[in-house]
Design a binder for this molecule. Structure first.
Ligand code: ZN
Length: 239
């Protein structure tokens, strides 16, 4: 993809995040890697009106180690989330940061995100089975040091929950697919958090399904899990 197409793809994904409830208003951002030391990231301009109204103009190229003049646009305070993860994980091509309310609530009550269902959402169940770590701090991640701590908690996993804050979701591979996958992972964790809270509210105990049932869950492949799901979301949200 050329940079203009990539900027459009990031902007579209930002609007999907708003329409799916991953972000509520103006907070949250997506980035995509440009080589070893630059990224495209969702910035805020003079007429900022929230993620739902993101355009390609809001997606700016920024070096990892400089703060260039972006002509009225500013990088997010939490830019280090993106740069530190990309620095530590050279395979990562897309990073999503969002504040889904159910994920925040589940993290505050200390509800673990376990594979409590199976065939209902296979990618979500497998993601949970592999482990969704939590970074225990609720700070605004505006320094490389805080971002490094968060990246340590993420480790080699696709998603980390930030207690009392939100989540970070990362993906590798071709940038357009990686953006979609990182958003879909965030949606899966949001769905799991919502279901976990519903189980607790219904008086139940969220328990992991059996290892035998987990082992029976097939990987339906990226064509179905990412490309078809993303097409569905684009049509459904009409962004
Ligand atoms: Zn944040």
């Amino acid at each position: 993809m050329d940079p203009e197409e990539l900027r459009e793809a990031v902007a579209t994904a930002c609007r999907v995040m708003a329409e799916t409830g991953l972000v509520e208003h103006v907070l949250g951002h997506i980035s995509v890697r440009l080589g070893t030391d630059r990224l495209l990231v969702r910035c805020r301009g003079p007429l900022e009106a929230g993620l739902a109204y993101t355009t390609a103009d809001d997606i700016r190229a920024v070096p990892f180690d400089e703060r260039p003049d972006l002509g009225g646009w500013s990088v997010p305070n939490e830019l280090p989330i993106h740069t530190e993860v990309m620095r530590r994980r050279p395979e990562v091509t897309a990073v999503v940061h969002a504040h889904p309310p159910a994920v925040v609530t589940a993290s505050v009550v200390g509800a673990p995100l376990l594979p409590i269902y199976g065939a209902y959402d296979i990618p979500g169940a497998l993601l949970a089975a592999g482990g969704i770590p939590t970074w225990k701090r609720s700070a605004l991640i505006r320094t490389a040091q805080l971002a490094g701590e968060m990246a340590d908690a993420l480790g080699s996993r696709p998603v980390v929950v930030l207690r009392g804050h939100g989540l970070v979701s990362v993906a590798d591979g071709p940038p357009d697919t990686a953006i979609a996958r990182a958003v879909l992972q965030a949606i899966a964790v949001d769905r799991l958090a919502r279901t976990t809270l519903t189980v607790l509210q219904a008086g139940g105990t969220p328990e992991r399904i059996s290892y035998a049932d987990l082992a029976e869950l097939p990987d339906l492949g990226g064509g179905f899990n990412v490309e078809t799901m993303w097409r569905h979301l684009l049509r459904r949200t009409n962004v």
